[in-house]
Design a protein around this ligand. Structure first.
Ligand code: XMP
Length: 523
C-alpha cells in the first residue's frame, strides 16, 4: 500500500502586517494545494519556529516602514533558511531589514501598472500579458517605495513609477514584489504564487479536498475515540459539512439536533430532513416554534429579539442534550476566519485562541469538550469538501442566512401571521432569482416584512394590506456592500407575483441602500 503523505507536512507561514487582503494570500496558497497559516508579525517567535514552515510570505500592511516603531519581520525569518516572499509592505520591510532603503512618497500608486521584466527571474520567466513583450499587468496599491535594494539582490521588474517593482536574491531565495499577486487584478498572480510555493519552496501540493477529508476523519477519530458527540445542525454549509465529516468518522456516535425555531424559510425544515435522509445521520428534530414565538411576544427591539432567540435556542438545545445519555463532546462548525478574527479581537495573536467559540451560555450541568473539524478551513474549502462529501452544489452555494432567521426580517414584534406572509413572498423572490440566473450573481438576497399597511386596488375593491421590501446585495466580505442592480423586468415580475399570489401583501419595494451607511439586514 502506498503511504499517504501527511497534508500538514508541507506548509507556508504567512506573516500578517495587517493588509485587508492577507486572508486572500492564504486562500491562494491553499488553492495551490499547500497548507498555510496566518500569524501576526508580533506573534511569539518560538510559535513561528515551531510551525517549521517550508517557506514564508510577508504580507502587505497599512503602515509605513519609514515611521519609528513600525512593524518588522522577526529576524528569525532571515535565519530560517527557507525561501521568503515579501509582498508590498513585506517587500519594503525585507529590503530595509537587509540593508536597503525605503522612502515615503507624496504620490500614491493605486491600480493597474504594466511591469517590464528586466532580468530572468524564476518567478516570472516566460510569462507575458503583452504579445511578444516582456511585460506583465500587475495591481499596485502603495505610497512608499524601495529606493535602494539590499546587497545581493537583482531587479526583476520595474514600472514607470516604481524602479523596484520586483526584486530577488537567487542565492538566498528571497523574492519581493511591490504589487499584489493575491488579487485577481494581477493577471498572472496565481501563477507567480504557484511558482513561489511549488517550484521555489519545492513542495508538491498535498492539500486537496479528498486529502483534507481523510485527514479530518483521522483526526476526529483520534480526538473523540468511542465517545458520543452532539452537534447543532442548522442546515447551513458549516454545520452540514461538520455533520458529514463526523458521521464519516464516528457513524452513529454522532447525534445532530435540528431546532425548528419557527423563524425558518418556507419548507426549510423539510428540505434539511430530505437532504440528510440519504446520509443515514441520527437527527433529532426539535419543533420549538411555540417556545420561540412565546419568548418573542411583546418584543420589538432588534437586540432584545436577538437575545430572546439566542437564549431560547440554548434552552431548547440543552433540553435535547439532557435527553441524550453519555455525550462527551459538542461539535461546532467554527471555520478559520472565525479563529483568526476572534484571536485578533481578543489578543491580536491568532494562535492563542485554541479553545475559542464555545457555544456560549450552555448551562453548567452540560460540560462538553469541543470538537471543531473545520477550524483550519476557509469557507471556500468547506464548500469544496462539502461537495466531495456528497452535498448538493446548490446547497453549498447558498447565500448566508442569519442565526435569528426571519426573526430579524419581520420588523418589530413578530407574529405568526407576518412570518407566514414573509415566507411566501420570500419564496417567490428566490424562485425568480433562481430561474433568471441572478441568485448566483448576488451575495445575499431576501425579503423583509414591514408591519405597516398601505392601500391598494384589487378588482373593484380597495385593499389595505402589508408591505414587503426586497433586498439583494453584492459584496466580497459583507463589511461593505452595494445594492444589486437587478433588472427592472425581474423586479416587476417578482412584485406582480407577490401581490397576486400572497393574499395580505399589497405593495412591494426594492431597497436601494448601500452598506455603509445602511446594513445588509434591516434590523
Ligand atoms: P449586516 O446586517 O450586519 O449583515 O450588514 C452582515 C451579514 O451578517 C448577517 N447577520 C447575522 N448573522 N446573526 C447571524 O448569524 C445575526 O444576528 C446577524 N445579523 C446580520 C447578515 O445576514 C449578513 O450576511
Amino acid at each position: 500500500m502506498v503511504e499517504t503523505k501527511n497534508i500538514h507536512s508541507e506548509k507556508i507561514l504567512i506573516i500578517d502586517f495587517g493588509s485587508q487582503v492577507t486572508q486572500l494570500i492564504a486562500r491562494r496558497v491553499r488553492e495551490i494545494g499547500v497548507y498555510c497559516e496566518l500569524m501576526p508579525w508580533d506573534c511569539d517567535v518560538q510559535f513561528m519556529k515551531d510551525f517549521n514552515p517550508n517557506g514564508i510570505i510577508l504580507s502587505g500592511g497599512p503602515e509605513s516602514t519609514t515611521e519609528a516603531g513600525s512593524p518588522r519581520a522577526p529576524e528569525w525569518v532571515f535565519e530560517a533558511n527557507v525561501p521568503v516572499l515579501g509582498i508590498c509592505y513585506g517587500l519594503q520591510t525585507m529590503s530595509m531589514q537587509l540593508g536597503g532603503k525605503v522612502e515615503g512618497s507624496t504620490h500614491r500608486e493605486f491600480g493597474y501598472a504594466a511591469m517590464d521584466l528586466v532580468e530572468a527571474c524564476p518567478l516570472f520567466d516566460g510569462l507575458s500579458d503583452h504579445d511578444g513583450q516582456k511585460k506583465l499587468d500587475v495591481w499596485m496599491s502603495h505610497g512608499d517605495k524601495v529606493t535602494i535594494i539590499p546587497e545581493g539582490f537583482k531587479v526583476a521588474g520595474k514600472t514607470d513609477t516604481c524602479p523596484y517593482a520586483a526584486i530577488y536574491n537567487e542565492e538566498k531565495q528571497y523574492y519581493g514584489v511591490q504589487f499584489h499577486p493575491e488579487v485577481t487584478h494581477t493577471k498572472q498572480g496565481a501563477e507567480f504564487l504557484r511558482r513561489f510555493v511549488i517550484d521555489i519552496c519545492k513542495l508538491h501540493g498535498l492539500w486537496s479536498p479528498s486529502a483534507i477529508i481523510e485527514d479530518a476523519v483521522k483526526t476526529i477519530k483520534e480526538q473523540v475515540g468511542d465517545s458520543k458527540v452532539l452537534l447543532g445542525l442548522s442546515g447551513g454549509v458549516d454545520s452540514s459539512v461538520t455533520a458529514l465529516l463526523l458521521h464519516k468518522a464516528i457513524g452513529s456516535n454522532l447525534t445532530c439536533v435540528f431546532v425548528d425555531n419557527g423563524l425558518l424559510r418556507l419548507n426549510e425544515g423539510q428540505q434539511v430532513k430530505d437532504m440528510f435522509e440519504g446520509f443515514g445521520l441520527n437527527i433529532v428534530y426539535a419543533d420549538a416554534e411555540d417556545r420561540f414565538l412565546d419568548a418573542l411576544k411583546g418584543k420589538s427591539d432588534p437586540e432584545d429579539k436577538r437575545k430572546a432567540i439566542g437564549h431560547t435556542f440554548i434552552d431548547v438545545f440543552a433540553d435535547e442534550a439532557r435527553k441524550l445519555q453519555g455525550v462527551d463532546y459538542l461539535a461546532q462548525g467554527t471555520i478559520y476566519p472565525d479563529v483568526i478574527e476572534s484571536a485578533a479581537s481578543k489578543t491580536g495573536k491568532a494562535h492563542v485562541i485554541k479553545s475559542h467559540h464555545n457555544v456560549g451560555g450552555l448551562p453548567d450541568d452540560l460540560k462538553f469538550k469541543l470538537v471543531e473539524p473545520l477550524r483550519e478551513l476557509f469557507k471556500d474549502e468547506v464548500r469544496r469538501i462539502g461537495v466531495e462529501l456528497g452535498l448538493p452544489v446548490k446547497m453549498v452555494q447558498r447565500h448566508p442566512f442569519p442565526g435569528p432567521g426571519l426573526g430579524v426580517r419581520v420588523l418589530g414584534e413578530i407574529k405568526k401571521e407576518y412570518l407566514e406572509l414573509l415566507r411566501k413572498a420570500d419564496d417567490i423572490f428566490m424562485q425568480e432569482l433562481n430561474s433568471s440566473g441572478w441568485y448566483d450573481k448576488v451575495s445575499q438576497a431576501f425579503t423583509v416584512f414591514l408591519p405597516v399597511k398601505s392601500v391598494g386596488v384589487m378588482g373593484d375593491g380597495r385593499r389595505y394590506d402589508y408591505v414587503v421590501s426586497l433586498r439583494a446585495v453584492q459584496t466580497v466580505d459583507f463589511m461593505t456592500a452595494k445594492w444589486a442592480e437587478l433588472p427592472y423586468d425581474l423586479l416587476g415580475k417578482v412584485s406582480n407575483r407577490i401581490i397576486n399570489e400572497v393574499n395580505g401583501i399589497s405593495r412591494v419595494c426594492y431597497d436601494i441602500s448601500g452598506k455603509p451607511p445602511s446594513t445588509v439586514e434591516w434590523e
